[in-house]
Write a protein that binds this ligand. Structure first.
Ligand code: 8YV
Length: 329
């Protein structure tokens, strides 16, 4: 056990990216912190070195910590405190095999991410990206009755894939805020009365949900089972006038198949915040007019990033005080 209040013998924590000021200040109270001054994404060698040099590593989605990186020796790190709820960039089984505890930050980014899903839903339905590009390009010739006509979301059907915290928060916004008919797909649907309270009309098998929805929003974690869950076959089940929204993880969608479906008009459009090979995009995606592309902004509010950071600090503190890490995955 470490004495984290004494000035000496404080655990060393390597923080792979710059964090909001308040979080960095909080970390410095209890830990010997090594920062990444210029905020560059760590290389595999830097990640392996961090595992050799620090007692804890506070990491993010840009750190691919796979079995090869985790083979670092001699291993000093005991905990990977992930800044974020999704942890598909960490090989958790390999980490456990090396005795590392892995934590995440659930709960604190639910509302921010659900807000972003609704933002993308509205942007694709109302052609906001196209309009914004037109105005900036100086190509707007003035108001006319038939200009950039989009579609209402009210009264339309939203299919939500994955019904954890974020899926549920998105369902409630869509049903109660916009009067949408909400369908969900999830391996273990909550009881009917709980779904009714959220404004959910029905839980359906995935293929049925895809065929019945005007908008499909993804909220499942990236796991081997959900990799390319939305592939060419499932895109073909969607309606030609339907839109896909992804604020979950890029791996859930076969991005090349999505580009083909969009290009050929087999679905109407897509709003994406996450990609298979961030920050790279599938060939052709950025050239399409009927997509809105955001740079992984799901949790990007100051309030949320501070809360995520504080949660990661709490996980580190609890662990080094010898207690149970709060958000062990
Ligand atoms: C984070 C996210 O910004 O928490 C997640 O799973 O995708 C984002 O909200 C990112 O993961 C930070 O590491």
């Amino acid at each position: 056990m470490y004495n984290i209040t004494a000035m000496t013998n404080r655990p060393t924590v390597i923080v792979t990216r710059r964090l909001p000021e308040r979080v960095e200040a909080e970390l410095a109270r209890d830990f010997d912190v090594r920062r990444n001054a210029d905020d560059h994404p760590f290389t595999r060698d830097e990640l392996a070195a961090a595992l050799r040099q620090a007692d804890g590593v506070l990491c993010t989605v840009t750190d691919r910590i796979d079995a090869a990186v985790l083979a670092a020796a001699p291993l000093r790190a005991r905990i990977l405190a992930n800044f974020g709820v999704g942890y598909n960039h960490i090989d958790v089984a390999a980490a456990r095999a090396r005795g590392l505890v892995v934590t995440n930050t659930p709960g604190v980014l639910t509302d921010a991410t659900a807000d972003l899903a609704i933002l993308l839903l509205l942007m694709v339905a109302r052609r906001a990206g196209e309009g914004e590009r037109e105005v900036r390009a100086g190509a707007w010739t003035g108001w006319r009755p038939t200009h950039l006509l989009g579609h209402m979301v009210s009264g339309r059907t939203l299919g939500i894939v994955g019904y954890g915290r974020i899926g549920r928060a998105t369902a409630r916004r869509a049903a109660h805020g916009f009067g949408m008919r909400v369908l969900i797909h999830t391996p273990r649907p909550p009881a009917a009365d709980a779904l009714a309270a959220d404004g959910v009309a029905a839980a359906l098998p995935l293929d049925e949900l895809l065929a019945a929805s005007d908008f499909v929003s993804l909220h499942c974690p990236a796991t081997p089972a959900t990799r390319h869950l939305i592939d060419a076959r499932r895109l073909a089940l969607m309606r030609r006038d339907a839109y896909l929204v992804n604020t979950a993880r890029g791996d859930v969608v076969d991005e090349a198949a999505l580009v083909a479906a969009l290009r050929e008009g087999r679905i109407a459009g897509a709003g994406l915040d996450v990609y298979e090979r961030e920050p790279a995009l599938a060939a052709g995606l950025a050239e399409l007019e009927n997509v809105v592309l955001l740079p992984h902004l799901g949790s990007a509010t100051l309030e949320t990033r501070e809360a995520m950071g504080m949660r990661a600090v709490t996980n580190l503190r609890n662990y080094f005080r010898g207690g149970e890490a709060l958000d062990r995955v």
